[in-house]
Design a protein around this ligand. Sequence first.
Ligand code: CTP
Ligand code: CA
Length: 236
Amino acid sequence: GAEPDAAGDLAGRAVVVSAGGTREPIDPVRFIGNRSSGRQGVALAEAARARGAEVTLVAANLDEAVTAPARAAGVHVEAVETTAELRDAVRRAAAGADVVVMAAAVADFRPSVTPDAKIKKVPGAGPAPIALVENPDVLAELAADRLRPGQVVVGFAAETGDADGSVLEHGRDKARRKGADLLAVNAVGAGRGFGVATNEVTMLDARGEVVAEAAGTKREVADAIWGVVTKNLPSI
Ligand code: CTP
Ligand code: CA
């Protein structure tokens, strides 16, 4: 990037970024998933690498074409599918990391059982219900466990706003609930956030206070986020 102060400010640091969207199998051919493109997470990994960090990108269902530039730049890419796989990969890498950023869209629920064979339709009988169970909250666990002392834990919140509150109000509640050091709140829906090249985030601290705002390309937003994160890192 063009930021002169950014060069090398993550040298000597190890960071983990999760990106993409997890998929939970319904049967061998179907899954529950979401529309995350993974591009903000990949931009975070690339930006951290450019700033000198050793970077692990835990990539949930991302196309090779999306991760190839990061890989070429020296980012270690670990491909995962389900939330359970993502959780294992993130926690393994987080044990040695100064920063963990949960940019992945994690499925909140998964089918409680996954049959080995394809579920067949019985004509005229209507759909069989799919029983779901809640997934572990990877971010909240990381914030509670602090797998390495002094580790900075960062989450994302994709919000639309609804009758219960605005994007920012939902973000504040989430920041307080999760226990992460920083939460990047991102307005989604109607051409914003998911699947588009630009992004707008408001950075909140663990108390839900606004600490920064950033808008621009996903790379520019990524660099703004790292700028805030570096201020929260203990010195080496
Ligand atoms: N997250 C996670 N594990 C989950 C669900 C979410 O680690 N099982 C993380 C996401 O990676 C993101 C943050 O938590 O960094 C917020 O995700 P979000 O879906 O916005 O929050 P939820 O707590 O799931 O709340 P809701 O979907 O109801 O808004
Ligand atoms: Ca969720």
